[in-house]
Design a protein around this ligand. Structure first.
Ligand SMILES: Nc1ncnc2c1ncn2[C@@H]1O[C@H](COP(=O)(O)OP(=O)(O)O)[C@@H](O)[C@H]1O
Ligand SMILES: [Mg+2]
Length: 147
């Protein structure tokens, strides 16, 4: 049924569950699976750099962020391997998350997007996070929001 699945992960438990669901589907249908994380580009102003130096925080913020991204994708890749998915790759893009996820999926000919219904935000009472909400609205293909 699904030949080409994109799963969006942001490091949240919800997204990891989404990766498990996407992996189970990919394993069952023999789909290609792409694990996608959208990151921010950090702009470090001279003021922020001075503050970091004063606080002896000398690591590059972009490097810390890239390291986090790597860990997020590694955890999701483990879920895919555990489920026996044979075709899995990881991608990182920069931009507004929802739009970037949908554009990536469309350009890569995906027929389903799998994501968590919630993410790292913790708005109590919200049924869907803003990214899952926007993706469901913007995408022309099937969107599965994992609860
Ligand atoms: N930056 C991102 N990159 C990739 N996937 C994301 C990103 N942000 C959110 N997602 C996906 O969207 C799901 C819902 O997150 P979101 O709508 O941001 O909820 P919340 O508002 O609770 O953070 C996440 O579980 C994840 O699958
Ligand atoms: Mg979020």
């Amino acid at each position: 049924m699904f030949e080409n699945i994109v799963c969006a992960v942001d490091g949240s438990d919800h997204a990891l569950k989404a990766a498990e669901v996407a992996s189970a589907l990919a394993s069952k249908f023999g789909s290609r699976l792409t694990l996608l994380t959208v990151t921010k580009e950090i702009k470090v102003t001279p003021e922020i750099r001075r503050y970091l130096e004063l606080e002896h925080l000398t690591g590059e913020p972009q490097y810390v962020l890239d390291d986090m991204t790597k860990r997020i994708l590694e955890a999701a890749t483990r879920a895919a391997r555990d489920a026996g998915v044979s075709s899995v790759k990881t991608e990182v893009r920069t931009g507004p998350p929802a739009r970037t996820i949908v554009d990536f999926a469309r350009r890569n000919g995906a027929d389903a997007i799998v994501l968590g219904s919630r993410g790292l935000g913790d708005l109590e009472g919200a049924l869907l996070g803003s990214v899952s909400h926007k993706v469901a609205n913007l995408a022309a293909m099937t969107v599965i929001a994992v609860k």
